[in-house]
Every structure is written in structure tokens, then in C-alpha cells.
Design a protein around this ligand. Sequence first.
Ligand code: CTP
Length: 400
Amino acid sequence: MEANIIVGVSGGIAAYKAAELVSSLVKLGANVEVILTPNAAQLVTPATFEALSHNPVRVDTFVQKISREIGHVALAQRADLMIVAPATANTMAKLACGIADNMLTSTALATKAPLLIAPAMNTTMWEAEATQANLRTLLARGAHIVGPDSGSLACGTVGSGRMSEPTEIVAEALRLLGRKSDWEGLNVLITAGPTREHLDPVRFMSNESSGKMGFALARAAMERGAKVTLVAGPTTETPPSGAVLTRVESTLDLLSAMEALCDAQDVIIQAAAPADYRFEAPSGKKLKKNGGEPLTLKLVENPDVAKAVAARKKDNQTLIGFAAETDDALANARRKLTDKGLDMIVLNDVTRKGAGFGTDTNIATLITRRDETECPLMSKRELAERILDAALALHTIQPK
Ligand code: CTP
């Protein structure tokens, strides 16, 4: 493996496991350069890592033993991958905020290489809202996270927070380094999240869609080289940076955004859950109670965006939709595939545990006119890769 890998070690008890990680990467042929935070250097010695990596080890940004180059910038520029293992809660927080107060964090800020983070900390710190928010920020920015695993921790408790085994971190590193750029040159439009239909300025009707699946698809497609346009409804999830983002609110907004954007796309993946109905007569003012009288609201059907997109489909376009079903799932999804003029539909039976809205995992069936492929319980990220594999195959073989 010809790769320049930076291994940043921060000050957790798991720092000793980083030695095995470095040793494995070197055995695979990588040029590994190690950075210790000052706290890590209290737990493990630079000498160990120098011996294992056959390279000088950096601890301090300003102590410059190595030629005239600006240490962290030169190191950052030549890296193909930066791994932070273990990543303590403190280092994760600094990475999320862009704080650059030591050699590790400065290098992370200065590199364009993918960042692979292996968190290690006590369970309460891992579950703390601040850490989870930092995790979401890092994920949204495209960082990759491996672990943490569950097990007995250095603090004597059992729970989540143990650093993944070096073999797992190496496997993830290899996956990232060998990543395919098979979507290069393709324009992809992905819709994500719910839409909202307002009844009055403060009330609306919506659904449970979180946007996670669409954002996972956008992230994966960008990493595989696609130029991604995202059209997203209101979400609390942060969309990945790097995509061209259009925010929409209602299904009618979504329709106009799609009409403006869809002609330029090679592949369109509609993971959004647009509201099927809107209020016939939304009020410009907040509605008041009605003296005990029942309130009757009339809904009118929204246009089907997927059908509208299919109606103007270009010769070279591949259209993919989703079907969220609670009953008669396969039959409904097959019908939607044809009715909506799609080339593939991703069926989620949302009644299954671990599938559907809000979760980080999903269970799906990929249905095309030729075949049906089961995707068992897996992360939305993994499913995104499967969907992209299938979509690319369809896009390549489709009669033009
Ligand atoms: N969709 C759309 N416009 C709508 C409703 C859905 O474009 N008004 C798209 C979704 O983005 C998704 C696919 O159609 O890709 C299927 O969505 P789903 O909610 O499962 O289907 P519906 O057509 O709304 O069918 P129903 O709610 O009757 O099951």
C-alpha cells in the first residue's frame, strides 16, 4: 500500500493500542507519521512510535526538528489519510470547533485528506450531549468514525466508549484509501427530509422523515466523485457540506426546485418524504379557538413530484425513488416503481425494527424492473453505498 498516513494519538488510556495500529499500517507498506498530543506523550513515549513508524514523531507544533518545512502544513499536505486514534472527548471537541492548539489539531485543520476518528472515552463522556453534538458536526463535515465499541473500560465500568480494535481501524482505513471514484463526472440530485404544509404561521403538518438517508447518500456520492445537488426539507440533521444545497418547505416548493434543477442531472434520487396533502385554505394569521365548535379543515392533494420529474425525464437520466410502507410492502413498492416512472425504488418497510425514519440503520429492498435485492439491517451509510452501486450499474447499462 503506497499511502501517507498520519496517525494522531490523543491522551486516552487506549493510546497504547495506537502502537499496534501504527505497526499494522507500516507492515502494509504505508508511510506512517505519528503525532502525539502533549497529554498522549504522558501515556506513551515518542520513542515507541519512532521505532515502529521509522519516522520522527511530532508532539509540539513549535519545536521544529525536521528541516525547514512548516511542520503541520507540510505533513497535512502530503497525507492521504489522517487517523485520530484514540480520539478523546477533548480532542473531538477541538476537531469539531476547528481549534488548533497543538500539532495534532493544527494538522487536522490543515489537511484536506479524509479524517478517520476512533473515539475512546468513558461512557458518560461519550453519551454527553456535547460529545454527541460534536460527533454530528464531524460527521456532517465528512469525517469517518470507527467505533467506539462496548466493553469494559479503563475507568472500571462497562459500556460504550472503548476504542475499536486496531484491526478494525486498519480495515476502515483501507476502505477509505481504496475508495472508488466511480461517480466522477456525474451530476446527482438527491432529495431529503420531510416537507411541511402550513395551516397558519405557527402550525404545520409534516412527517417523521429526518433526512438521514438522503444525507448519507449525498455524503457517499460526493466521496465517490459525484457533483451533488441536495434539495432538503426542514431537518434538524445537518446536511453534508460540499453539496449544492437548496432548502424547501412545502411539497409545492419541492416541485418548483426540482423543475428548476432536474434537467441538468444524470441521476436523481428522491429520498424525501413530501407531504401528500396541503391545507386548502391556510390562514395568514394564527387561528383562534372556535368557542367549542369542531374545526373542520380541508386538505387538497399535492402533486406527485416524482411523477413530474419522470414526465420530463431526459434520455440519459436514471430516476430512483423510495417507498416507505407499512403493509403490503412489496406489492405497493412494485406499483410505485411503474406508476412513478422510476428505474429503481428503495423499499423500506418502516414497521421493522431498525428501519425507516430517524434511525441510523435501515433495512431495504432495491427493486428494479429486472430484479429485487434484499439489503438486511445495516447503517444508512452502508445502504447508501449499496444504492449507489445499484444506481450506477443501472445508469451504465440503461438503453440510452
Ligand atoms: N413522492 C413524491 N411526491 C409526493 C409523494 C411522494 O415525489 N407527493 C416520492 C417520494 O420522494 C418517494 C416516492 O415518491 O421517492 C414514494 O413516496 P411514498 O410516500 O412512499 O409514496 P406516495 O406516492 O406518497 O404513496 P402513498 O403515500 O399513497 O403510499
